[in-house]
Design a protein around this ligand. Structure first.
Ligand SMILES: *Cc1c(COP(=O)(O)O)cnc(C)c1O
Length: 445
């Protein structure tokens, strides 16, 4: 075959393929049909939130989603939205509902969804400054805004990750490298944390190859907070035994009780003993937006790294957790990489790129899901919402403290209230489990 006739064959096949492949580039009229249907669905969903259950018990548990297998040709949008409604958006937990009792609910600030929509339509590549300088500046600007109310310097480094767990992993890896914990030292290296610490930190420690470190669970006070003098004693003892203390993790709002560890005291000990100080503020950090919260959370600025979750404290839809590291060079030292096919990416960039500050290269442009609601609404409603949650928790705590047979935990610092009903006879745990099961059956509190 000559080159010409070979290319004729290719050209013929290309024509056939193009006709089919062009479906991926949806024409405007089809786009409108599907977009309209999706918006209609979204509006219905939002309009019915007030009445919808926060939890739906179902026999099928969404199994119907597999009744429509992936096939060579596509399906009508109405068919797909119906499946989504009945199999996905019905069963289980509805995070956006206001009717929760015992679980950590999510938010779902709507403008964030529009930010995601725009990020996906324009598909800007926010990994590297060279590729999308504006997108990278926007992400860095969000980190700077967080730094502002967390008390971190403008010169810190940070990253918008997919959630608190990945953000924590980035912090732990940075700490490991900054403290020069080498493989040969691991079995003698000591990590200090609260038994109330979120399990994602154990995961981060393991994934970072540090599970053979010695982990000290510190004694807590009556409000489930680390006792700093016990930390100091344990470090002194470990040092005397020839061990290498290197990391202390505190929580600014634990998941179980909302407890805030004594951050300033712990920071003082960490500094004196030359330990990396990490704070998990995934849940609690945003309470610093209001005056009462800022007072309670004093000392967050004294850490070496900190994690906050905009998909918790800013009520954004899931998919955004942030890590901040005070010394940006340390964050970068653990995460930058130079590949020869990316020679242009690093030319003349004096602006930090997310790809150098996290394990990700190609990534979702997450800045937009935070920037759009913040810029449309301003900070004020976010500030008001966190103060409102704190006051609601206090109000609730004050009320139920008056109730007979109600066993009530400590006055809440943030928005978690611990309580249970102790019946005059019978097992209290079984009784409260029955109450919870009943609440789930009813589906809304
Ligand atoms: C939710 C939470 C995490 C984990 O964050 P994800 O975003 O769920 O990965 C870590 N720490 C605390 C205190 C949390 O509340």
């Amino acid at each position: 075959m000559t080159h010409t006739s070979a290319n004729d064959t290719i050209a013929e096949r290309l024509q056939q393929l193009e006709c089919i492949a062009l479906q991926l580039e949806t024409p405007a009229t089809d786009r409108k049909t599907v977009t309209d249907a999706v918006i209609h669905y979204a509006e219905n969903f939002l309009d019915s939130l007030e009445d919808k259950k926060a939890y739906v018990i179902s026999e099928e548990k969404g199994a119907g989603i597999t009744s429509l297998p992936v096939s060579e040709s596509g399906h009508d949008i109405r068919t797909l939205l119906h499946l989504l409604e009945t199999q996905v958006d019905e069963p289980g937990l509805n995070p956006a509902s206001g009717g929760h009792l015992g679980y950590v609910p999510g938010g779902g600030v709507y403008y964030s969804a529009l930010g995601d929509f725009l990020a996906d339509v324009t598909n800007r590549y926010a990994g590297i400054f060279f590729a999308s300088p504006g997108a990278v500046r926007m992400e860095n600007m969000m980190i700077e805004w967080l730094a502002g109310f967390l008390g971190y310097p403008e010169t810190c480094g940070g990253n918008l990750a997919s959630g608190g767990s990945i953000a924590s992993l980035i912090a732990i890896v940075t700490a490991r490298d900054a403290m020069e914990v080498k493989a040969r030292d691991i079995e003698r290296s000591v990590i200090y944390l609260s038994p109330q610490v979120h399990h994602c930190l154990y995961k981060a420690i393991r994934i970072a190859g540090l599970h053979e470190c010695i982990v000290r669970h510190l004694p807590l006070d009556e409000r489930f907070r680390i006792r700093p003098n016990k930390l100091a004693e344990q470090i002194a003892k470990d040092k005397a035994d020839g061990l290498k203390p290197w990391l202390v993790i505190a929580s600014a709002g634990t998941t179980d009780t909302g407890a805030i560890d004594p951050l300033t005291e712990i920071a003082g000990i960490a500094k004196k003993e030359n330990l990396w100080f990490h704070i998990d503020a995934a849940y609690g950090g945003f309470f610093a937006l209001c005056d009462q919260g800022r007072e309670l959370l004093k000392g967050m600025d004294l850490s070496d790294s900190i994690v906050v979750d905009p998909h918790k404290g800013m009520f954004l839809p899931y998919g955004l957790g942030a890590v901040l590291v005070k010394d940006r060079k340390k964050l970068m030292a653990s995460h930058y990489y130079i590949a020869n096919y990316m020679q242009d990416a690093h030319r003349g960039a004096d602006i930090d790129s997310p790809a150098d500050l996290s394990p990700e290269l190609t990534k979702h442009f997450r800045g937009l899901r935070m920037w759009l609601p913040l810029q449309l609404l301003g900070v004020q409603p976010f500030r008001a919402a966190v103060e409102e949650k704190m006051l609601l928790a206090r109000y609730f705590h004050n009320e139920i403290s008056q109730w007979e047979n109600m066993e009530v935990g400590p006055t809440p610092d943030l928005s978690v209230v611990v309580f249970r009903y102790v019946p005059t006879s019978g097992d209290a745990d079984a009784f409260n489990q029955a109450v919870m099961d009943r609440v789930l059956q009813i589906g809304r509190f």
